[in-house]
Design a protein around this ligand. Structure first.
Ligand code: NDP
Length: 284
């Protein structure tokens, strides 16, 4: 039987509408709009598209949305000064520095400089540490999006076997922490994992965050499992493919996210949610 498709596009639209209603209610009560500030350094074409789309979607739901576009030759000191300025500005609720940064800038130093209370990408070591300790500060957007889709797709996550493929700071690790918080039994697989197909075959939930097109095959999936495909891979024909062989997996899985239209749209919606969370935490 073909799997149910988990519609991330619809879920993201719904989430954005919900946040928009909350922003409207704040403004109706005379409160300021939450301020999201995105910093882009350089001319990376994909980053430019992401920043434009974050800027547009935040403005659409009534947030005070500002993009700071800095030239590629911006020094690390100048970028750190910009972050210090945003940290000190009370009207700024969320700061996101679009990655990757040009090579002459130390990414870790830049992330460390962001006020953890405004770190809407959830990458600051304080927020990562809170998550590792089972307490939530600001949680990275893509992992948060994966969890919202899973909670929508499954009546309960408690006790389920979850396998996360990938252990990056951005996706794999935080997803695994969130699944553990949701009482799943979690396995984190990576490039050194032995017999990955057998590991995946035990899972009720598979989260693939690898960056290898169609690596996860249909016969790896346990019948009825829920599959969340985080991968975004540009194919030679210009089309996007996930890390899961969708055509094969959809024949076996119980539910599956498509690429595009699955996890991707949830990432920006969760950025907006984090901005509102940061606003509430800071301004009460
Ligand atoms: P990274 O490259 O940082 O991490 C990839 C992980 O996959 C690593 O932990 C690596 O293992 C593991 N891996 C690589 N090859 C294999 C293999 N053959 N078998 C098992 N594990 C393997 O990538 P990200 O986590 O940043 O991103 C993963 C994917 O998600 C990419 O396609 C990216 O484009 C996409 N993405 C999508 C987003 C969205 O909004 N939907 C947002 C962010 C990312 P090891 O640690 O051992 O090297």
């Amino acid at each position: 039987m073909a799997a149910r498709i988990i519609d991330g596009k619809a879920a993201a639209a719904e989430l954005r509408a919900e946040i928009g209603r909350e922003v409207a209610a704040l403004k109706a009560n005379g409160k300021p709009a939450p301020g999201l500030h995105v910093v882009l350094v350089g001319e990376d074409p994909a980053s430019k598209v992401y920043v434009a789309s974050k800027e547009k979607l935040a403005a659409e739901i009534g947030m005070n949305s500002v993009a700071h576009r800095l030239p590629a030759e911006t020094t690390e000191a100048a970028l750190l000064a910009k972050i210090a300025e945003l940290n000190a500005d009370d009207g700024v609720d969320g700061i996101l520095v679009q990655l990757p940064l040009p090579r002459h800038i130390d990414t870790g130093r830049v992330i460390d400089a962001i006020d953890p209370a405004k770190d809407v990408d959830g990458l600051h070591p304080i927020n990562a540490g809170l998550l590792a300790g089972g307490k939530n500060g600001l949680v990275p957007c893509t992992p948060l999006g994966c969890m919202l889709l899973l909670k929508q797709a499954l009546p309960s996550l408690s006790g389920l076997d979850a396998v996360v493929i990938g252990r990056s700071e951005l996706v794999g690790r935080p997803v695994a922490q969130l699944l553990l918080q949701a009482d799943c039994t979690v396995t984190i697989a990576h490039s050194r994992t032995r017999d990955l197909p057998a590991v995946v075959n035990r899972a009720d939930i598979v989260v693939a965050a690898v960056g290898r097109p169609r690596m996860v095959k249909g016969d790896w999936i346990k019948p009825g499992a829920t599959v969340i495909d985080v991968g975004i891979n540009r194919m030679p024909d210009g089309k996007l493919a996930g890390d899961v062989d969708y055509a094969e997996a959809a024949e076996v899985a119980g539910a599956i996210t498509p690429v595009p239209g699955g996890v991707g749209p949830m990432t920006i919606a969760c950025l907006l949610r984090n901005t509102l969370t940061a606003y509430r935490a800071r301004r009460g």
